[in-house]
Write a protein that binds this ligand. Structure first.
Ligand SMILES: Cc1cc2nc3c(=O)[nH]c(=O)nc-3n(C[C@H](O)[C@H](O)[C@H](O)COP(=O)(O)OP(=O)(O)OC[C@H]3O[C@@H](n4cnc5c(N)ncnc54)[C@H](O)[C@@H]3O)c2cc1C
Length: 590
């Protein structure tokens, strides 16, 4: 019997694996997708080769690309973008690591407290999570993003509309600031050259500013895996977990099995309480079915798969809250066209941000032309200049919201370096009707597939008002930066930041896990990925908070089941974390 089995090796699972392996536990991680041993050889920077949701290397599907992607049923218009494989969706994430807004936590007493989703706050204080933030920021590490022309334009524009710069990692007021991210800063030739031959390791270290975070990071060429620029978990926490025997005092190397799709969590009645006892998985390459027992099972299969696995395993759900309360940051895109070069395709996915406590955030983003065209296409407001389906809205942008088509789209995409795209990241409410359930129509090799409902048009008044505020603010910033044509797309849900579908809370009537991360209704079953988040965090990108929470949950597991003690809080505060945004690197020439 294993000590701990972890289901899923994405943003959250490997954190628990690393922390508990370092304490000497026997940990097994099971990942449905493949394990890419050599991304440098297998991945390209071509957007379709990487991000095609059906056949791309970065799809949610089996490692054998000749086999179809795994299906999800969407009951409302939406686009789903997450990835299977060791590293999960962090393989294609931007690496932005802001802390959550303090107002999303219990006990917050700021004067803007009422602006947040108070009904679904975290069941403990922001101060309680701070040492775990520091631990993850030190481990990944999280540093100030490298910046260039795009960010300079953004900061100047923010100043011009009266905003100032926040210089702490904690978010306290409306402000712009450099991103804190999990991308190693450029060194050597990196950031100074665009010539491929000068950007190989060790002449170049860290981020080469290639602009292809979404196609998976394999830069700089020739760098060992743990010195690739982006600290997705396949490059960071997974190697640490698998080598814990070598670097942790009592550590034992964790094991990982990829191409292992977990189809059932086993449970039995122990002393009158349903208790998790192990799992069954299916080898996606051979079809072989295997079962193994464990003292503790940790679900980290992501927001869209955990509810399906729970219900396909017939685990209790007395309050019918499993899968409910899905948040997605109600994204939108506001895109500006400029008469000059903005440097918009250089560098990491986003190096700057503006935060608006109680409302959400805005990020200028670096995305390729296919991704941009696909996203603009997802408008819920018809086609600009052709037809308006009754939903086109006016604001600080030019004309009604909608998707640009014909000559306007062509002119946007003709010179992708003369645009700047603002991603609107809304602080959206937890709403019971936004949910994931096993489909009653469709099965695959792993049981009833996930059926996802998140209806953009019926979001709460607060969510919709926050989104409008941010879209107008983004247009103001673009105008101040010199944009001559601004388009607001008003997109349907883009399921990139999915959170809170198995939320943490004190009340079993509207949550699945307790404040320690353990299921209210199943002993020895924990959740440690984005689905465990209590709410949408106030808007900041979720992964750092998921990883901080997963670290805290690891301690709770160790304390309750293995007679361990705390190793994070006893080391806090970590000496090298000063809570300040520092070490900014300007990439000369880019
Ligand atoms: C383009 C893009 C950019 C992003 N940028 C950022 C950013 O800058 N900052 C940020 O914070 N977040 C960002 N995100 C979101 C970020 O990727 C997620 O927050 C994070 O990956 C979530 O971690 P997770 O563990 O919940 O899920 P995932 O990372 O999706 O991992 C879940 C894993 O479980 C596996 N799995 C699923 N079902 C099973 C099963 N039954 N058995 C075994 N394994 C299973 C999956 O294959 C997957 O590997 C971005 C996402 C995208 C798509």
């Amino acid at each position: 019997m294993r000590d701990v089995i972890i289901i899923g090796a994405g943003g959250g699972g490997p954190v628990v694996a690393k922390e508990l392996a370092a304490q000497g536990l026997d940990v097994l991680m099971l990942e449905a997708g493949g394990r890419n041993a050599n991304p440098e050889q297998d991945w390209t920077h071509f957007e379709d080769d990487g991000n095609n949701p059906l056949s791309g290397a970065q799809r949610f599907g089996p490692s054998d690309r000749s086999k179809p992607a795994w299906y999800r049923q969407l009951t409302t218009p939406a686009m789903n973008m997450n990835m299977a494989g060791v590293g999960g969706t962090t393989q294609i994430y931007f690496g932005n690591c802001p802390r959550a807004m303090p107002g999303a936590f219990k006990g917050y007493s700021g004067e803007d407290a009422a602006d947040y989703d108070r009904d679904f706050e975290f069941p403990f204080s922001y101060e309680e999570l701070r040492p775990y933030y520091e631990w993850v920021e030190e481990t990944l590490p999280v540093q100030t993003a490298a910046m260039g022309k795009n960010e300079q334009l953004f900061y100047n524009a923010c100043e011009n509309i009266g905003m100032n710069c926040q210089t702490s990692r904690d978010i306290s007021h409306d402000a712009y600031r450099p991103q804190q991210n999990a991308v190693l800063q450029p060194g050597g030739n990196a950031g100074l050259s665009s010539t491929a031959s000068e950007l190989t390791y060790p002449d170049a270290t860290g981020c080469t500013m290639c602009g292809h975070c979404v196609q998976g990071c394999y830069e700089p060429l020739g760098a060992p895996r743990n010195l690739k620029a982006k600290r997705s978990t396949d490059n960071s926490y997974v190697p640490m977990a698998l080598t814990a025997d070598a670097w942790a005092t009592a550590g034992k190397a964790a094991s990982i099995i990829s191409d292992a799709f977990v189809t059932k969590i086993h449970s039995s009645n122990v002393n009158g309480k349903i208790t998790a006892t192990g799992v069954t998985w299916r080898n996606t390459l051979t079809g072989e079915v295997v079962s193994e027992n464990a003292k503790v099972v940790v679900m980290a299969a992501g927001c869209l798969e955990n509810p399906r696995l729970w219900q396909n395993s017939d685990l209790p759900n007395s309050h019918d809250w499993v899968g409910r309360g899905l948040t997605d940051h109600a994204f939108d895109l506001v895109c500006g066209q400029f008469p000059f070069d903005t440097g918009s395709t250089k560098g990491v996915g986003s190096s700057a941000r503006a935060d608006f406590p109680g409302k959400g955030c805005i990020e200028p983003t670096t995305i390729g032309p296919a991704f941009l065209a696909a996203n603009l296409n997802m408008s819920d407001s018809g086609m600009r200049g052709y037809y308006d389906n009754g939903r086109g809205v006016y604001g600080q942008w030019d004309g009604p919201s909608g998707r640009p088509v014909g000559k306007e789209l062509k002119s946007f995409l003709t010179d992708i370096n003369k645009i700047m795209t603002m991603l609107i990241i809304t602080d959206d409410d937890v709403e019971a009707d936004n949910r994931v359930v096993p489909s009653s129509l469709l099965n695959d090799d792993h049981g009833a597939v996930s059926e996802i409902t998140i209806n953009k048009r019926t979001r709460s008044a607060r969510t919709l008002a926050n989104r409008e505020f941010l879209a107008n603010k983004a247009a103001d910033i673009l105008r101040a930066a010199g944009a001559t044509n601004i388009v607001r797309a008003d997109i349907v849900p883009l399921l990139i930041h999915v959170q809170s579908s198995m939320r943490m809370g004190d009340d079993p009537a509207n949550s699945v896990i307790n404040a320690n991360g353990e299921a209210h209704e199943v002993d020895a079953l924990y959740i440690a990925d984005n689905s465990a988040l209590s709410n949408a965090l106030g808007g900041p990108n979720p992964t750092l908070t998921t990883q901080a929470l997963a670290t805290r949950t690891s301690e709770k597991i160790m304390q309750k089941h293995f007679a361990g003690s705390s190793w994070v809080t006893s080391n806090s505060p970590l000496s090298s974390i000063d809570n300040l945004v520092t070490q900014a690197v300007m990439s000369r020439g880019l």
